[in-house]
Write a protein that binds this ligand. Structure first.
Ligand SMILES: NC(=O)c1ccc[n+]([C@@H]2O[C@H](COP(=O)([O-])OP(=O)(O)OC[C@H]3O[C@@H](n4cnc5c(N)ncnc54)[C@H](O)[C@@H]3O)[C@@H](O)[C@H]2O)c1
Length: 326
């Protein structure tokens, strides 16, 4: 039996697929390569190229494979873009996703692991944010993910199909050849490292008037390896038929943008010029997770305990990529 993993050419999906394979799981990837490249796919894993709402392709996958579970990473992920182009986000992240889920639910798949996000919470009422915190997304991206969570809850009521929605905070770091290669890249750590490599002149800081210690946004960074292990644990949890869960994945520690820049300076030895500009639409000031459910219920333990360790792994990945492209 196999896990059908969508978005497996992307940053997190490719890393998770590779780690699942190392752990002895059978994985199949579906990705339309809209935001990634074929070369990012992990080797030795069967790949179907196409969209998650391509019904004839889903039929083909269903006929050729024995699908036991779905891990759904495929989505657009840019908060700012979602504010400017909401339809694109509701269509890709919600409409297509529920159509895709529905196809496999009707075919009898009973385990769904969904890539959700800290963005479902919006501006926090308290810190650290636990899973029962009020959900009031400040962007169409966050809302599109929350809608999918609601759909999965309704499906559980109507047909008993269980799910685990993993709400990642800031996924970061690299695992061997798998690192952040977003297209377009808007995530902080890879952008700063590109400045360190001389590929960009400076790093833009989007607003320094937030209600935080240094005025820049505070985020909780979690290594992509630790996210992958949480998927494995969630799969085992569902395999033991234990019901559905909503689970935060974070470190419980917050770092401001300036903290991250400072850490990158220390690790790379580069100057890294900074320019402050306007706030970006849809960004909450502080997001820090409580990951107690992941730890207590799934038995999740983080391997990467410090943001420096995360940045060191990312730096190794970006430097190697840069050296190989010379
Ligand atoms: N990166 C983060 O910090 C973060 C944080 C929270 C949640 N998430 C969630 O994790 C998931 C993966 O994020 P990522 O950083 O790896 O993004 P990514 O852009 O690197 O990967 C997404 C992949 O999905 C594919 N895709 C998009 N729409 C598709 C469709 N309709 N059909 C088939 N393939 C499609 C893209 O081509 C890409 O390969 C997303 O669902 C995202 O919302 C990411």
């Amino acid at each position: 039996m196999s896990i059908l993993l969508t978005g497996g050419a992307g940053y997190i999906g490719s890393t998770v697929a590779s780690i699942l394979k190392e752990e002895g799981e059978e994985v199949i990837i579906l990705d339309n390569l809209a935001r990634s490249k074929k070369e990012y796919l992990p080797s030795g894993i069967k790949f179907y190229e196409g969209d998650v709402d391509d019904m004839s392709l889903l039929e083909k996958i269903y006929n050729e494979e024995k699908i036991d579970a779905i891990m759904h990473f495929a989505a657009y992920i840019e908060v700012g873009e979602s504010v400017l182009e909401p339809y694109k986000y509701y269509e890709n992240n919600f409409s297509k996703t529920i159509k895709f889920f529905n196809y496999f639910i009707e075919k009898g798949v009973k385990k769904i692991i969904f890539s959700s996000t800290a963005a479902v919470y919006g501006e926090p009422k308290y810190i650290p944010i636990d899973e029962i915190h009020i959900k009031k997304p400040t962007s169409p991206y966050g809302m599109s993910k929350l809608f999918v969570e609601s759909f999965l809850e309704s499906v559980e009521l109507s047909s008993g199909v269980h799910h685990v929605a993993l709400r990642y905070f800031n996924a970061s770091g690299a695992y061997g050849n798998f690192g952040e290669n977003h297209n377009p890249e808007t995530h902080l750590i890879p952008l700063i490292l590109e400045v360190a490599l001389g590929l960009r002149d400076k790093i833009f800081v989007n607003g320094n008037d937030y209600d935080t210690t240094d005025g820049t946004c505070v985020r909780d960074y979690i290594h992509v390896y630790d996210i992958a292990i949480a998927h494995l644990l969630a799969y085992r949890y569902l395999s033991n038929n234990k019901g559905s869960l909503k689970v935060n994945l974070g470190s419980g520690e917050g770092y401001s943008i300036l903290d991250i820049i400072e850490s990158c300076r220390k690790i790379t030895g580069a100057l890294i010029p900074v320019e402050v500009r306007e706030r970006r639409l849809g960004d909450p000031s502080t997001l820090i997770a409580s990951s107690k459910i992941a730890e207590d219920v799934l038995g999740w333990r983080r391997k990467y305990q410090t943001v420096d360790a995360i940045i060191e792994s990312a730096w190794k990945f970006h430097k190697t990529k840069f050296d190989n492209n010379k």
